[in-house]
Design a protein around this ligand. Structure first.
Ligand code: GLP
Length: 262
């Protein structure tokens, strides 16, 4: 079973997530991190920057690979995930820019770019710790329902609900991209450790389906039930539809976990 940690509120869940990233950086300064975007991660990165400063923790030896990028947006587009990562994390820490990787949304040949990205992850030794959010339809990265559980980095069409959810990041008259390059589900499953963070009532159905539903492409995050080392960090709102919530809370009261850094 996954380690399921239910925290009182979003702030506590974000702190718990940032703490695990800090622990990984402290114990493995040359780790490869798999990073995620989305509203959920904004505070995680803010906490990470603040605490890393307090702890005098260097990111100089780290490598990072982000999950995904919109097709058609150049790196310097205000809504690209590259811009998000630069603004919210990379510009504030001493990670070497050349060690930070996202798929190139404006690549002339997106299918080739997907193959290049997948190969680069493998060549660089794989991902030590993959951070994940979850879509309201259970997507991870941009692996929408019906994604092959054996998929690798590739082009994906975005679900209408995903485009609607992400519209808030774009100007009212701006078109939301319809396609993305995303790590595949098998790519994500190869990460040595996975941390999934979800907060808020809008994620409650997706979390219940992912943790307690059948493993199915209908809810791509459900495949994590097969991952040998996954920690799910949620707040009470995101946990509200879990049938076995009392059981999870009895194992880790208040979301606390006695754990040993690997
Ligand atoms: C986005 C991203 C995902 C993210 C998810 C949830 O579209 N591709 O990586 O986890 O949807 O986003 P949010 O945190 O804004 O709810």
């Amino acid at each position: 079973m996954a380690t399921i940690l239910i925290h009182a509120d979003a702030k506590a869940a974000e702190n718990a997530t940032a703490k695990r990233l800090l622990d990984k950086i402290a114990t493995k300064p040359d780790a490869t991190l798999g990073l995620a975007t989305g509203g959920t991660m904004e505070q995680v990165y803010a906490i990470l920057i603040e605490k890393a400063r307090e702890l005098n923790l260097s990111f100089a030896g780290l490598k990072s690979f982000n999950l995904d990028e919109y097709i058609g947006l150049s790196a310097d587009h205000p809504q690209s995930y590259r811009t998000y990562m630069n603004k919210l994390l990379f510009d504030h820490v001493d990670i070497k820019p050349e060690n930070t990787h996202l798929p190139r949304g404006d690549a002339a040949d997106p299918a080739e770019e997907a193959r290049r990205y997948e190969a680069m992850i493998t060549e660089q030794g794989g991902i030590d710790l993959q951070l994940l959010g979850i879509g309201i339809n259970g997507h991870i990265g941009f692996n929408e329902p019906s994604s092959s559980l054996g998929s690798r980095t590739r082009i994906k069409k975005l679900a209408i609900s995903t485009m609607e959810a992400n519209r808030r990041f774009f100007k009212p008259d701006e078109a939301v991209p319809t396609h993305a390059l995303t790590m595949g589900i098998a790519t994500i499953m190869q990460a040595r450790k996975v941390i999934l963070l979800a907060t808020g009532a809008a994620k409650a159905d997706a979390i219940a389906a992912a943790l307690e539903g059948p493993v199915s492409t209908a809810c791509p995050a459900s495949v994590l039930q097969f991952h040998p080392d996954v920690t799910v960090i949620i707040d009470e709102d995101a946990a509200s539809k879990l049938k076995l919530r009392d059981f999870y809370e009895s194992i880790h009261p208040g979301g606390e976990e006695v754990y040993f850094v690997k």
